[in-house]
Design a protein around this ligand. Structure first.
Ligand code: HEM
Length: 183
């Protein structure tokens, strides 16, 4: 175990709540806009070593989003963030219960106490790729993903774009929210 070096990920640890969620999702004939609230629980995991030389610091999260209209949980996501201080590299690996998972890679910056993370992933990319079932590949394929998180003290804002090949079009499925750390 080395000295604690969660780096920029340290700013994310905690339980976050936000009610300004905005989702744009595909429908067979167009799109729908769904306001949501969510709870995002982020915990420290610790450090891991790969091949005796790569050292990663790791946090894990669980995101639960509920429609404002009826409180129904309509999105559930789990994942990890990792930080490699030597390479200054951040990764997000995530799974959603549509049998889709992805690994996104990118960078982190810290300016005047504000932490910003940017990661992306693309279907077919050798490293930062997307895995999905044959059904999803044929009918509702996730082709690309970009995600930005900004943490300023106890306020977190994220925005993401998930490109889908669905209903015969390329659809930009977007989500964003502003959350407050509650513990
Ligand atoms: C806050 C985050 C997200 C929310 C609230 C959300 C919500 C939704 C909603 C409402 C739909 C429309 C279909 C339905 O009502 O079930 C949908 C479709 C879909 N989402 Fe998301 N989503 C989120 C993130 C993601 C991410 C990160 C991915 C991929 C990694 C993803 C992949 C998909 C796919 C493939 C579909 C098409 C499924 C279909 O309509 O048949 N979503 N999402």
């Amino acid at each position: 175990m080395n000295d604690n070096n969660f780096g920029p990920l340290a700013a994310l640890i905690g339980v976050w709540k936000g009610d300004k969620g905005s989702d744009v999702a595909p429908t067979p004939d167009n799109s729908e806009h769904i306001p949501y609230h969510e709870t995002l629980t982020i915990e420290a995991v610790g450090d891991v070593t790969n091949a005796k030389k790569q050292h990663l610091w790791v946090i894990r999260y669980h995101q639960v989003a509920q429609r404002k209209s009826d409180n129904e949980v309509f999105h559930d996501q789990i994942g990890y963030w990792t930080w490699d201080a030597d390479q200054q590299e951040v990764t997000q690996s995530l799974t959603i219960p549509r049998a889709v998972c992805l690994l996104a890679g990118g960078t982190a910056s810290q300016t005047n106490g504000t932490v910003k993370l940017n990661v992306s992933s693309k279907s077919g990319d050798q490293h930062w790729g997307i895995a999905q079932t044959p059904f999803m590949d044929a009918n509702a394929k996730t082709t690309a993903y970009t995600h930005e998180v900004v943490v300023d003290g106890d306020t977190m804002t994220y925005s993401q774009s998930t490109m889908l090949d669905i209903y015969g079009i390329e659809f930009d499925h977007t989500d964003g929210n502003t959350l407050t750390r509650v513990s």
